[in-house]
Structure formats: structure tokens, C-alpha cells
Design a protein around this ligand. Structure first.
Ligand SMILES: Nc1ncnc2c1ncn2[C@@H]1O[C@H](COP(=O)(O)OP(=O)(O)O)[C@@H](O)[C@H]1O
Ligand SMILES: [Mg+2]
Length: 398
């Protein structure tokens, strides 16, 4: 069996669906149950999946959304960017969902009412969130979601939307990726609105994903948030699942992977999904025939690391200021972490307090997070090794 590069099944890339979504069945099932409970008017918590970069949150979110759509649940999906407001990204998607609901005979009137609410919402909030751009299908209904106060208006809007979804016998699941980038006041409004909808048993639920700092950010926005949501962790794949992620797609193409080759990939990638895809891809391209051998993996590793350096790591590095790079390089000097702020400061010959602003910027950019008070960790797995590769030697100290 000769290896065909055209048939290479692996798919490294942010948000690219893997050939085999390994190790996530339990979480998918848990969320499926939550969504069905919400549709049935039973209490269920919204779900926020947290994990490091490249752990597979986005593809999981998309897969769960497909599952939900297939079972007749209404969905919308947005990604929170660093620079736009939540109402601005939510409004157009909500409009689409409401237009779909309005095609349901039963729900038509309520969906149209919610669309009026959306018009009022967008008009009233336009002053504060100038980035809101949404088509108006109906005139606003005076007094409905048009106070100009996000917390109040989002609540009213989601209530009207939930009422329409309920009447249609469905639920609305809102899929929001990169939720850690949402401003605190906007997060607070979202939490309040979901809380209210849940109290009224309205079928509206959030399925979010974000970096590990999301959990703390939710708690800061509303102290009761931690009780209102489940925060399942999307981590590296355990060895058995990591094996399947590599072996199954190859097998589907009639290619076998030797046991020691699999073990080597698992060990080098530590089970991180992004790395698994990258190693799988380069190993396939290196191998000349089935079975894939340990030697193939060893040779492919150089190319896999180079590819990661050029894309996965590089896009993050390029967004950093010189002082941020220096901070991360100092962290890398003392290993994968988490690290004490004092130890990082010591590497830089600085006071902890003087580094506060840099650390905060890095947290806002989603590069680091604080697993516990005074601790700092990378949000990108193996970023320490990358930093040492890209800034070798001692020059960064000066
Ligand atoms: N469960 C999984 N099994 C195998 N590969 C996966 C799995 N989850 C994600 N991947 C792969 O990992 C990479 C990163 O996935 P992505 O969802 O973008 O991660 P995140 O959103 O957490 O940064 C993609 O190439 C994807 O195909
Ligand atoms: Mg993602």
C-alpha cells in the first residue's frame, strides 16, 4: 500500500473538523441531554466549555450545534471577537433565528413580536454600541426591549424570543465561541438574561466556549454565575482517545500505524488535538507505505514543529508587543508553568507590581491566565518551548 498525499485525512487548523472527533462522546451526550431538557421546559444549566488553545473547543461547539440542528433545535452561532460588542454580534444572528421561527404557524405572532423587540433593542442601544448593524423587519413595539440599558433590554428580548421558541415547540440554543473576550458588563447582561429565562422555564440556552479564564470572568461579572452554568473542561485527549484520533482516520484509508509509532505521537503531542492533527498530517506525508513506522514519526516531527511554529504559535506571537514578548520569554525560561508572579519578575529583574500592566494585557489578549491567585500560566500548550525556539539565547534579558 503506497501512501497517497491526496488522501491525507488529518486536518490541523483552527476550527477545522477532524476526521475523527475522538474522546468527546460523553460531553456531547451531556450537552444533548441539557438541550433536550430545556426544550422540554425542564431546568438545565447552560454549558460553557473551557480549555486551552488547540484543545478542540471550536470544532466541538460546531459538532454539537449540528447535532442540535439535526434534532430540530433552533440555533445561532457567533464568535466573540476582541473588538466588537456582544449585542452587535448577537443581533443579526438573533434576527435570522427569529425569522426562521416566524415561519412556524404556531409561533408566528410571538416571533414577530420578538422581531419588534429586536428593532427596539437595536435602536435604543445604537447610541452605546455603535457597531450594531441589523435589518429591521418590523417597527419597534414601544416599551419592549428599548430602554437603552443592555441588562434590561437583553432580558426582555430573550424572554420574547424564548416565548416564540416555546410556542414553536422547540428551543433556541445560542452557540458563542471565544466568550472570554466579551466585556464584563455584556457578560453580566447575558448571565442575567439567561437566569431570567431559566426562571421562567423558557427554552433558551447558551452553549459557550472559551479559554480557562472564562470561568473566573463569569464569576466576576455575576457572583451567582458559577451556580448557573456547567464548566466542562475540554482538555488534551487521554491516551486511548488520542490513539483513535490518529489510528482511525488512517485505518479508514486502509493504512495501519505501528504501535510504537502511535505511542511516539501521543508522547510528543501530549494528546493535544491540534498537535495530533499536525503530527498525523506530517507523518502521513513522510511515510512511503503502510504500516506507518516509528521512524516515519521521528522524521516527520521536525516538519510538524516547523508547521506549528509558522501558524499555530506564530499568529499569537505576532500580536505581541516587545514587552509582552519579553514577559512570555521570561515565563518560558522557567518552564511550562504555572509560575508565581514573583518568579517571573525575578527573571526580568523587575518588581512584580511594575509588571502588572503587561500581565493584564496578556490576559486580555488571551495569551495567559491565572489558575489561582498570583499564578500565571500559558493558554497555549507548549508555548514555553516555542518561546525558547523563537527567542533563543539570553538577548531577551537586556
Ligand atoms: N476530539 C478531537 N479529536 C481529534 N482532533 C481534534 C479533536 N478536537 C479538535 N481536533 C483538532 O484540533 C485542532 C484544533 O481544534 P479547535 O476546535 O480549533 O481548537 P480550539 O477551538 O480549542 O482552539 C483542529 O485541527 C481539529 O481538527
Ligand atoms: Mg477555537
Amino acid at each position: 500500500m503506497v501512501m497517497d498525499p491526496i488522501k491525507n485525512p488529518y486536518s490541523p487548523g483552527a476550527g477545522s473538523q477532524p476526521p475523527e472527533l475522538a474522546g468527546r462522546d460523553e460531553l456531547r451526550e451531556m450537552i444533548r441531554i441539557a438541550l433536550e431538557r430545556v426544550r422540554a421546559g425542564r431546568p438545565a444549566k447552560s454549558v460553557l466549555m473551557v480549555g486551552l488553545r488547540g484543545a478542540g473547543k471550536t470544532v466541538l461547539l460546531d459538532r454539537i450545534r449540528d447535532d442540535a440542528e439535526a434534532s430540530g433545535i433552533q440555533t445561532l452561532r457567533v464568535e466573540a471577537p476582541e473588538s466588537r460588542s456582544l449585542p452587535a454580534i448577537l443581533a443579526p444572528q438573533l434576527r435570522q433565528a427569529l425569522l426562521r421561527l416566524s415561519r412556524n404557524e404556531q409561533a408566528k405572532d410571538l416571533a414577530q413580536r420578538a422581531l419588534r423587540g429586536l428593532a427596539g433593542f437595536a435602536k435604543a442601544l445604537k447610541v452605546k454600541y455603535q457597531d450594531i448593524e441589523v435589518g429591521f423587519d418590523f417597527e419597534p413595539e414601544p416599551g419592549l426591549a428599548d430602554n437603552g440599558d443592555l441588562e434590561h433590554d437583553l432580558q426582555a428580548l430573550l424572554e420574547a424570543t424564548g416565548a416564540a421558541a416555546k410556542k414553536a415547540g422547540t428551543a433556541l440554543a445560542m452557540f458563542v465561541d471565544e466568550l472570554q473576550y466579551v466585556e464584563e458588563a455584556e457578560l453580566a447582561a447575558l448571565i442575567t438574561a439567561l437566569h431570567r429565562a431559566a426562571q421562567h422555564r423558557l427554552p433558551i440556552v447558551l452553549v459557550g466556549a472559551g479559554l480557562p479564564q472564562l470561568r473566573g470572568r463569569m464569576g466576576e461579572a455575576k457572583s451567582y454565575a458559577e451556580r448557573l452554568f456547567d464548566f466542562p473542561e475540554v482538555g488534551p485527549l487521554p491516551p486511548l482517545a488520542a490513539r483513535i484520533a490518529i489510528a482511525k482516520p488512517a485505518e479508514d484509508e486502509g493504512v495501519k500505524v505501528n504501535e510504537d509509532a502511535l505511542q511516539c505521537i501521543i508522547q510528543k503531542t501530549q494528546g493535544y488535538p491540534y498537535f495530533l492533527q499536525e503530527w498525523g498530517k506530517h507523518t502521513w506525508d513522510t511515510a512511503t507505505q503502510s504500516p506507518i513506522t516509528l521512524r516515519d514519526v521521528e522524521v516527520a516531527s521536525t516538519a510538524a514543529i516547523a508547521a506549528l511554529d509558522e501558524s499555530f504559535f506564530r499568529v499569537r506571537f505576532d500580536r505581541l508587543t516587545p514587552s509582552e514578548k519579553k514577559y512570555l520569554r521570561a515565563m518560558a525560561e522557567i518552564g511550562p508553568g504555572p509560575h508565581r508572579s514573583g518568579d517571573i519578575a525575578e527573571q526580568l529583574g523587575r518588581e512584580v507590581t511594575s509588571l502588572g500592566p503587561t500581565r493584564n494585557q496578556l490576559i486580555a489578549k488571551g495569551m495567559i491566565w491565572s489558575p489561582s491567585h498570583g499564578d500565571t500560566a500559558f493558554t497555549v500548550p507548549m508555548f514555553d518551548e516555542f518561546m525558547r525556539r523563537i527567542m533563543p539565547g539570553d538577548d531577551w534579558k537586556t
